[in-house]
Write a protein that binds this ligand. Structure first.
Ligand SMILES: [Zn+2]
Length: 680
């Protein structure tokens, strides 16, 4: 039931050009900010502009500064969560990369540089999105030679080169970070570092027991969220918690220290209370404390500055229990927030009028606080690849009783769009009509899609009594994302949206429909290597929706894949009928989730969301390659600096955007590396 990343995948590849509410159309000409930065492998680096930072009060700036420091200190945790050799491999690569003795003009060095940049991007050796192991194109032999020349004796002691070379170069070892393929032991076949020595059945049994032993069955904790599950030599299975005094304690202690500094500049007592609860959770690892923190956080809506810091999202664990470390520091975009407030004020209307079965609807939709924010710092699993919308907390009972906070991160979408090119649209749209439709409206409709997905989609519907969050297992995340997307798609076409003055006319939604179908059926395949299946949950969800509608709409020719001059295109003949199909599927997906119908979830995902048509795939890859675009994008963070007067008093905080990607990553490794190379 994770709520992140609603649209990132789509955004990152469809070359959108949304204009956020803070930058109305027309100002693009005098925007000299350089959004696009370097490119390598399948990645494009971007910068985001922290517009409005200068206008904040000194207190707010300092709050952001110290929360940003806290956002940096968790970086090593994520590397270690993603794989037990990641910190050692990063250290070895950085050592060779910075060595004076290495020939920087050699091909091997250039390939090492690309590989290292990819490892930084993925926070480990597996592709951040595809989950499979990155292939080094430098020779192992060359690498060993360089290492022998430049690594200090201490480092050579600490790092067993044979071991890490095997992990890097041998593709039979740890080849997939998260395996979601049915039929295999999902834990034993995943290379993440969340489980040690336990298999899937043992882990599932362990957490079933925890669940059963919990006092308040209506308010279950987030079992397993902050620990590694380990089988001891004795055969006993125990959790190694991530707290200030246990596993990852070195990093967590630093995070706490920064939070304590930030606390001094909290906007009010309520926000101070949120920070205190988080510190308490980091110290104790107690799940009930985490719930208390989440409630305090979700109820703290008045503050200008806000942040996420901790173990949040579970995409990295095939069982969806273990949460990766992440952070985002942000402040409210007041103008644009008025838009999402209009949606949340009408939340009950949307719930009541959705095409789902009345028994699965919420009678009383609880405070969905929706705002548009400006990201000021990204860390952990939100960096460099990031989300453009977030809806938290993830605990279902807290969402039901206390609501959730939903955000659209406008300055990141703005950066994607400013850096985008028109190539993809021109190549894959069926005709001039669709290109113009997208040019005219997709800026806006993408934004509204994200708002609907995050503010309303994830928050809608309810579970039937006795249905647990774990019932859909490996399919839960795909089904949940499909539900939120379908909710958004269905309502984009609703006259209510024009009535609420969110959509300019009754046709604009067609831009989103076309773009969504084109992406789900074709263009998102550029992120999949030939012969591979779709693995990532958001991609599965988009394929599922698009292909299901293609199949169900076949007899009426609602949506078709047509061939023209040897190229395949998506053709939508009837947008109204397509809306009905979205509504139909929304009702079914809501039923699956509300009743925990595992078999139906499995059938839907396996039949529509996983497999790739190899012929169409090849065609899409070939056409895409000719466009020379990078399928994935991520960000370089700004740098904040304290300004002091001669007496040492802090007078201001400045923001700078000139640090290069490699310099930033090396600096983070230097200044914020807190964990030992081996964490057991
Ligand atoms: Zn989502």
């Amino acid at each position: 039931m994770k709520q992140l990343n609603s649209f990132l995948g789509l955004m990152a590849i469809t070359a959108l050009s949304m204009v956020s509410c803070t930058s109305p159309k027309g100002d693009a000409g005098d925007d000299t900010f350089e959004y696009a930065n370097e490119r390598f492998a399948d990645l494009q680096m971007l910068r985001y502009k922290v517009e409005g930072f200068e206008d904040l009060t000194l207190n707010q700036k300092l709050l952001i500064y110290y929360l940003s420091e806290a956002a940096m200190y968790g970086r090593d945790i994520l590397y270690d969560q993603n794989g037990k050799y990641n910190l050692r491999i990063r250290k070895a690569l950085e050592t060779v990369y910075q060595s004076d003795s290495v020939d920087r003009n050699s091909d091997n060095f250039k390939e090492l540089e690309i590989y290292l940049k990819r490892v930084w991007f993925s926070n480990g050796i597996h592709h951040h999105y595809a989950m499979d192991k990155l292939e080094p194109d430098f020779s192992e032999c060359w690498f060993r030679e360089q290492w022998a020349k430049c690594a200090s004796p201490e480092l050579q002691q600490q790092i067993d080169l044979d071991e890490i070379c095997k992990v890097m170069f041998d593709f039979t070892v740890m080849h997939k970070r998260v395996n979601l393929s049915e039929g295999k032991d999902l834990i034993l076949t995943s290379a993440n570092n969340y489980y040690d020595g336990v298999n899937q059945e043992e882990a599932e049994r362990f957490y079933e027991q925890q669940r059963a032993a919990w006092d308040d069955q209506d308010r279950p904790g987030m079992f397993g969220m902050n620990s590694r599950l380990v089988k001891l030599p004795s055969g006993e299975i125990v959790e190694k918690r991530w707290t200030a005094s246990t596993l990852y304690g070195e990093a967590i202690t630093k995070i706490i220290a920064c939070l304590k500094q930030a606390r001094e500049y909290a906007e009010d007592n309520e926000q101070r209370g949120v920070i205190d609860k988080l510190i308490e959770f980091y110290e104790t690892g107690d799940l009930a404390t985490f719930d208390e923190y989440s409630i305090a956080w979700v109820e703290n809506t008045g503050s200008m500055v806000d942040f996420v810091n901790g173990f949040i999202e579970c995409y990295g664990d095939p069982l969806g229990l273990k949460c990766s470390w992440e952070s985002i520091v942000n402040f409210k975009n007041i103008e644009a927030t008025k838009r999402t407030e209009r949606l949340s004020q009408n939340a009950q209307w949307f719930e009541d009028n959705s095409p789902t079965d009345p028994q699965f609807k919420k009678q009383d939709v609880k405070g969905i606080s929706a705002k548009v924010i400006t990201a000021a710092m990204l860390g952990g699993d939100l960096f460099p690849s990031t989300a453009i919308g977030i809806n938290l907390p993830n605990s279902n009972w807290i969402r039901k009783e206390h609501g959730s906070k939903s955000v659209t991160i406008a300055n990141l979408t703005q950066a994607y769009n400013k850096a985008a090119s028109d190539g993809l649209r021109n190549e894959f749209c069926f005709s001039r009509r669709e290109i113009e439709l997208l040019n005219d409206y997709s800026d806006l409709t993408d934004d509204i899609h994200t708002d609907l997905h995050e503010c309303l989609g994830h928050g809608s519907g309810k579970m039937m009594p006795g249905v647990g969050e774990e019932s859909l297992k490996a399919y839960a995340m795909t089904i949940e994302e499909a539900r939120a997307d379908l909710f958004a798609l269905y309502y984009l076409a609703d006259p209510k949206m024009v009535e609420l003055d969110m959509m300019p006319n009754k046709k604009a939604y067609e831009a989103e429909y076309y773009e969504y179908m084109m992406n789900g059926l074709m263009t998102q395949l550029v992120r999949i290597r030939p012969g591979m299946n779709i693995e990532e949950s958001h991609m599965r969800n988009r394929a599922l929706i698009a292909r299901w509608c293609l199949e169900k709409g076949e007899k009426d020719k609602t949506v078709l894949l047509v061939n023209r001059d040897g190229k395949t295109y998506v053709r939508i003949n009837d947008y109204k009928k397509l809306r009905n199909l979205f509504g139909e599927l929304l009702a079914e997906v809501q039923r699956i989730r509300s009743t925990g119908d595992y078999n139906a979830a499995k059938a839907l995902v396996e039949n529509y969301g996983v497999k790739v048509d190899p012929v169409l795939h090849r065609e899409v890859l070939d056409r895409y390659e000719k466009l020379d675009l990078a399928p994935y994008k991520g960000f370089i963070n700004p740098v904040y600096t304290l300004v002091k007067d001669d007496k040492g008093n802090i007078t201001d905080v400045t923001v700078d955007y000139t640090e290069s990607y490699a310099d930033q990553m090396l600096r983070y490794s230097r200044e914020y590396s807190t964990l030992p190379l081996v964490n057991n």
